[in-house]
Design a protein around this ligand. Sequence first.
Ligand code: AMP
Ligand code: MG
Length: 487
Amino acid sequence: MKTLDNLLFDNRFARLGDAFSTEVLPEPIEAPRLVVASTAAMALLDLNPAEAQRPEFTELFAGHRLWEQAEPRAMVYSGHQFGGYTPRLGDGRGLLLGEVINEAGEYWDLHLKGAGLTPYSRMGDGRAVLRSSIREFLASEHLYALGIPTSRALCVTASDTPVWREKQERAAMLLRLAPSHIRFGHFEYFYYSRQHEQLRTLGEHVLACHFPHCLEQEDPWLALLREVIERTATMIAYWQAYGFCHGVMNTDNMSILGITFDYGPYAFLDDFDARHICNHSDDSGRYSFSNQVPIAHWNLAALAQTLTPFVALEKLREALELFLPLYQAHYLDLMRRRLGFVCADDGDEALIQSLLQLMQQGTSTDYTRFFRQLGEQAPTEALQVIRNDFVDLAGFDAWGRQYLMRCEREGGGQDERRTRMHAVNPLYILRNYLAQQAIEAAEQGDYEPVRELHAVLSRPFDKQPGMQRYAERPPEWGKHLAISCSS
Ligand code: AMP
Ligand code: MG
């Protein structure tokens, strides 16, 4: 176990130099308070959980103090935002403080979000508000607990520093952890600004630090793209299987590691609606729930474009064709398990599609609760309970007959089935209204609800005594919260 004082830094990205990032010191926030810390994320740095109680912890993560070995820098990148290219973005309000090596030899980027103005702030104030910091914290640690690839969150600090959004709010900071903060947009920046030497350096850095096994391939650049395609396909399969809507899939929000990144107006589906748009500012529905699959493919094509100086076009095109089949195979596998099946069956895809169609037509159960209830009792009894929630009863009964036959082919006892299904079907999910209630309390200075929600969502599959209210159906108002991009 380590303390805050003996973390080991090795700042590999900073060493790439000024073409890649700019040295900037964090601007502290006034009168910082620790809102919440994740002991699971602290463990990634081998930090003793008790370290969160030290005043130095809050000081470090509110910009008041800095490790001697830290080298805070704002990264430069660009990206396609809602389909249009923005030539220069970069860390407008976050700083890469440095890279920490843990006892297992893993590297973790320490990124302080909300750390003040940088050369990339454009019209922004360099700050993050409390509500968006709490939302990113909760989601990062919850997606991790669900088994979904994601960046992590160490803590949130709140302050008295006023910031102006639609109304006056308070500045906060989030400490984000990830093995890398490199985005598709990093590659696009060097490609479109015709800095191909720097582009090569960036690619070689990614290969050496994150995908060393690709260096053994005949064409490491092509292997790099394939790796990103595979990881992104896996991540998107999880999003679709668990009803997660990211909301702002701009290429600058896509991690080169294929992890869920830069949380904004995200949402988990309450009712199943393939057309759901969680971002209030996304008028055309470019990033609607079902569009996440083709958009991920589009974003990968944008990344592939930046590799044209190194790989033949034909090879890049071939690699991109891997995305959809990889996605479909992962998705099918996840959904099969959510339905309680271990073995594969030819009819599974049709069974899943017809279920989603029935859900789309209307049900008063919800997407998350459906799967949990399905495993709670033996199939016949479970279907009997759930059926009353569906609008198309005849359609559901027909589906139920197919499902029962499928369960018979699968075999096995109910106890084992329940254990297996409950291990992949969460009882608790991060619903927008739950986050909203915890945020409202935090804005009044009461951090207990955020901490409790975080604790519950860190073990989403385990029934926790006294926490039933977190597993309930959402209230009607809770399904229609408008979450904007402003954060
Ligand atoms: P996002 O929508 O959070 O992914 O941000 C898009 C771009 O705007 C990134 O380059 C951010 O760093 C930048 N940005 C967002 N909010 C602010 C802010 N309050 N101040 C400065 N830059 C910001
Ligand atoms: Mg972003």
